[in-house]
Write a protein that binds this ligand. Structure first.
Ligand code: EAX
Length: 323
């Protein structure tokens, strides 16, 4: 072999090595299936990050709790064993207690109200609170407006909830509120819910239409009531050290990618909400569409007073009255 050929070979090998080392692979997870509002969110994030960093960052996507439930994923991101996760706020208060305020039932009038608050300085200041706990919170996304399902009876009023054993998220605000509605709450990680419903360990659960459809809960639940009792935010969390290591331009690329991901995620929630009732009915669910929410709100009055005391009435009102 000639010297020039050797030099060329060495140069190629070096080039390949440089190319390989210039690509960093990261992981992101969700607890629900890929064909969902959250799946769309992380797929778009992965695609946009890769595009905006010219392929220097590649994000591997994991669905259906294959890396663990939401609490485990948040823990993994905090520790840095996993760089990213897209999660509901279910277990978030156990890491960032300030975020509890967003989980209060009937806090938001509708999705538009919730999105406006999350996109406003109130939501953005909340994102900053995650930094002290080892996270870079890239953006607020959406899980959706939660409704109740169960295998026992049609739910029209809070009276119908008395004694129903329902799986709840591992969220202290939800657990307190649902007790106030007469439910027997059973906090449980999402990946265990389908089996728990199937085996009758719990009678019901509550989730947005997007999740009910993605998880095929219609197979194990007869009744759906559009209680719309709480808005469920979602959040793109990244390990803070992993984010801090990025160049300024790459940081911006991740933030911009997250914005695109949120757009796709919210659009899919709207699509699911528009078609959900018809689809779930066609799969055999009995649906109570017109729930008198004022009865649920009234039943929660004492619980709400407690939340206002805990989180500050001014803070709660600031969100409630946001225009
Ligand atoms: O984030 O745990 C839950 O009920 C969540 O809504 C679900 O995992 C989607």
């Amino acid at each position: 072999m000639k010297l020039s050929q050797l030099a060329l070979g060495a140069a190629l090998a070096l080039g390949l090595m440089a190319g390989a080392s210039a690509q960093t692979t990261m992981k992101i997870s969700i607890s629900v299936a890929q064909n969902s509002h959250q799946g769309v969110g992380i797929d778009v994030l992965a695609k946009e990050v890769e595009k905006r960093t010219n392929g220097r960052y590649k994000i591997q996507t994991f669905y259906s709790g294959s890396l663990g439930g939401e609490r485990e994923s948040i823990e993994a991101v905090q520790l840095g064993t996993q760089e990213l996760t897209f999660t509901s706020t279910g277990p978030v208060p156990n890491f960032v207690p300030e975020a509890r305020i967003l989980d209060i039932p009937f806090l938001f009038r509708d999705k538009a109200h919730a999105r406006a608050v999350l996109d406003s300085p109130i939501g953005q200041e909340m994102l900053a609170k995650f930094e002290a706990k080892g996270f870079k919170a890239l953006a607020w996304g959406e899980n959706g407006v939660r409704h109740m399902t169960n295998s026992k009876r049609a739910v029209n009023t809070p009276d119908d909830l008395k004694g129903l054993k329902m799986r709840t998220m591992e969220n202290p605000v939800h657990v307190t509120a649902y007790k106030g509605l007469g439910i027997v709450p059973t906090p449980m990680a999402f990946p265990e819910v389908f089996t728990a419903l199937q085996q009758g360990t719990v009678d019901g659960q509550e989730n947005p239409l997007s999740v009910i459809m993605a998880a095929k809960f219609d197979q194990v639940q007869k009744h759906l009531s559009l209680t719309g009792h709480v808005y469920s935010p979602a959040i793109f969390l990244m390990n803070k050290a992993a984010f801090d290591k990025l160049s300024a331009a790459d940081k911006q690329a991740f933030l911009d990618a997250a914005k695109e991901a949120v757009k796709a995620n919210r659009a899919r929630v709207d699509e699911d909400d528009a078609k959900g009732v018809a689809e779930l009915r066609s799969k055999g669910m009995q649906v109570v569409e017109n729930v008198d929410k004022s009865k649920f709100v009234a039943t929660l009055t004492p619980v709400n007073a407690e939340f206002e005391k805990q989180f500050g009435k001014t803070n709660v009102d600031k969100i409630r009255n946001f225009k």
